[in-house]
Design a protein around this ligand. Structure first.
Ligand code: HEC
Length: 184
């Protein structure tokens, strides 16, 4: 009789522990929803930061090359050289960058803004925005599309782009447009 009582008490205790641990697991699962949302926000922030770094490096290099190596209309323009670097970055699967015109008068027709994000972004940049972005979700994953302005940084630009002379001060003549997979 005594041992039966002990077994009964033990099973009640064990049952309590099992119920309590289920309770803990369930309680643990509860905050997962908000943390998923903030994980995505954090990933967008990391990707924005990477694009800002790329933008500084690409634009800084384009200006440096133009300043030091482009002295006549016959020299290889930095824009042409960097389109080849963008092609390498794309081929390696890192990201996609396009050199895009914002004057309705590109030297190279393929640099005209494409319908959709590029046209929307050029409009926003010409209105004074300095960083325009949108999230794109498709079959191959989530991407951050970003456009940043290109101003007429030096007189040398006008050597090959005569119409830049008439652009109002502070209005960009082009943009770099990025499509970067969201960083984990
Ligand atoms: C030596 C001539 C030359 C100089 C100098 C030059 N560019 Fe260009 N630029 C070109 C050529 C050629 C293209 C077309 C490249 C292509 O798509 O292959 C181009 C393309 C561009 C584009 C894309 C739109 C378009 O017209 O096709 C932008 C924006 C641009 N250049 C900005 C600049 C800026 C800003 C400077 C000054 C830092 C500059 N360029 C200096 C020759 C030049």
């Amino acid at each position: 009789m005594k041992s039966l009582k002990i077994v009964a008490i033990l099973s009640i205790l064990l049952g309590g522990i099992v119920v309590a641990s289920i309770g803990l697991v369930v309680a643990d699962d509860k905050p997962s929803k908000p943390s998923v949302v903030s994980a995505k926000d954090a990933s967008i922030e990391r990707t924005r930061k990477q694009v800002k770094m790329l933008d500084d490096i690409y634009k800084g290099s384009i200006v440096l090359v133009t300043k030091n190596y482009v002295n006549s209309e016959n020299d290889l323009p930095a824009g042409t050289a960097f389109k080849q670097i963008f092609a390498i970055a794309k081929e390696k699967g890192w990201h996609d960058v396009r050199l895009v015109d914002a004057t309705d008068n590109p030297i190279e027709p393929e640099n005209a803004p494409r319908d959709g994000f590029e046209k929307r972004a050029i409009e926003a940049l010409r209105a004074g925005k300095t960083f325009v972005d949108e999230i794109v979700e498709n079959k191959s994953g989530s991407y951050l599309e970003v456009a940043t302005p290109i101003p007429v940084v030096m007189d040398k630009c006008i050597m090959c782009h005569e119409h830049y002379r008439n652009v109002a001060a502070g209005v960009p003549i082009g943009a770099l447009v990025y499509s970067v997979p969201l960083l984990e």
